[in-house]
Design a protein around this ligand. Structure first.
Ligand code: SF4
Ligand code: SF4
Length: 408
């Protein structure tokens, strides 16, 4: 396990990515482990865990060209058992986790789905189902879901007509999917999201209009991110970062109008790619969501076998295993705050550019998703890019550490 971890850390270092750790995660509700002294020993340890992502399977009924599951070959055998899911819940909830996000593959194909939702309800844990909506078109599934619903549904909209759907997902059941989407999007606490490739803002707008016509009341927009298959980065479906930035700019006003402002952007790329006033407008309207749980250390992701992974796109690089590195809440806490794991996160969250260290929007940006630096050079994303040194990072960490102690 540690060998794999070393390998990712080296990989991470080679990508020269930048991250300033966002301290706002520490404002969440206290956990029983707040008094654990270790959380003050390291600048990245103050963040509170809020959620766990359970990657419950690798099976899917679509074949989206950008999906990280492609590398896992959609194996039906790769499925989390109900026992593993319940154990992970039992381990994580004493750390303050109040929310479980079910992802895959396609979690509606996970056989223990309804039993697990019941377990979560009994524990008072909220569940969010991240789904492509296809199974909601099946009457028996829809009836079973209504009888045992999640606290929320996040529906991923792939395209807007039969042709674009076939191009995006490799399948031709558009009409059936549209029926499922209408049901899922009209359920309480549903949200819609779309992955924008950056190739054509008109496609983004058409998909947004189709989402609204199916009942979406809001829309989240993000680029596809690179995934790692066999330890090498596979390119994201996004065209180059500047084209993506231009596409977002071109689509922004119609999107804002269509959803009455209920839109959010997980831009994931450095905010330098957009004009400052545009970024300021998104911040003011609370439409910007760029940093991720990996940067806050506010969440944990588990794969179907119960391995801890830093994010879905890094599923080939487990950083811990249930019943090996951790078996209860204390051993999980100690593991995720151990030196090798801290080093691993630091290597992913290191500064890409010295420019980021004093950047006024660092809190919202942190250099973007670290994984983009595996396929794009810093120069092509950050004007005036100057690679930060390890020393710069240590200095930034020292300052954050002093700040942590000062405010504690
Ligand atoms: S300089 Fe600022 S906007 Fe640019 S990548 Fe760094 S943190 Fe983001
Ligand atoms: S590092 Fe963060 S933004 Fe990038 S793919 Fe992983 S979770 Fe998403």
């Amino acid at each position: 396990m540690l060998k794999a971890l070393d390998c990712v850390a080296r990989l991470a270092g080679a990508f020269n990515r930048m991250r300033a750790l966002d301290q706002h995660a520490r404002q969440s509700s206290p956990s029983p482990l707040d008094s654990h002294p270790a959380h003050l020993d390291h600048p990245t340890q103050g963040a509170r865990l809020r959620a766990i992502w359970l990657n419950v399977n690798r099976a899917c009924n679509l074949r989206c060209s950008w999906c990280y599951v492609r590398g896992a070959q959609y194996s039906h055998r790769d499925e989390m058992s109900l026992e593993t899911a319940a154990r992970l819940l039992e381990i994580a909830t004493p750390l303050g986790v109040k929310k479980v996000i079910l992802i895959g593959g396609e979690p509606t194909l996970w056989r223990p789905l309804f039993s697990f939702i019941r377990v979560c309800k009994d524990l008072g844990v909220r569940t969010t189902l991240v789904t492509n909506g296809v199974r909601f078109s099946e009457d028996p599934f829809w009836e079973a879901y209504k009888a045992q619903p999640c606290s929320g549904i996040s529906v991923s909209i792939k395209a807007f007509n039969p042709k674009s759907f076939r191009d995006a997902t490799g399948t031709s059941n558009f009409e059936e999917v549209a029926r499922g989407l209408r049901r899922a999007l009209n359920a309480p606490d549903s949200s819609a999201s779309v992955v924008f490739s950056g190739n054509d803002p008109v496609d983004l707008l058409e998909t947004a209009r189709f989402s609204a016509a199916c009942g979406a009341r809001n829309l989240g927009i993000s680029p596809s991110t690179p995934a790692f298959h066999n330890r090498t980065a596979s390119g994201s479906r996004a065209s180059d970062p500047r084209a993506f930035a231009q596409g977002i700019l071109a689509a922004y006003h119609p999107l804002h109008t269509l959803f009455g402002g209920q839109i959010s952007f997980s831009l994931k790329l450095p905010l330098c790619l957009w004009p400052k006033d545009f970024v300021a407008c998104l911040i003011e309207r609370k439409q910007l969501n760029t940093t991720c749980q990996l940067q806050h250390r506010s969440g944990l992701v588990f794969d179907p076998a119960g391995r801890l992974i830093a994010c879905n796109s890094l599923y080939g690089f487990p950083i811990g295993m249930m019943d090996s590195e951790f078996g209860d809440c204390m051993s999980l806490f100690d593991h995720i705050h151990s030196e090798p794991i801290n080093k691993f996160y630091d290597s992913l969250n290191c500064h890409a550019s010295t420019k980021c260290m004093s950047c006024p929007v660092q809190k919202w940006c942190a250099g973007g998703c670290p994984l983009f630096y595996s396929i794009y050079d810093g120069e092509c994303m950050i004007p005036g890019w100057q690679q930060a040194t390890e020393r710069d990072d240590k200095e930034a960490m020292r300052r954050r550490c002093l700040c942590t102690h000062h405010h504690s």
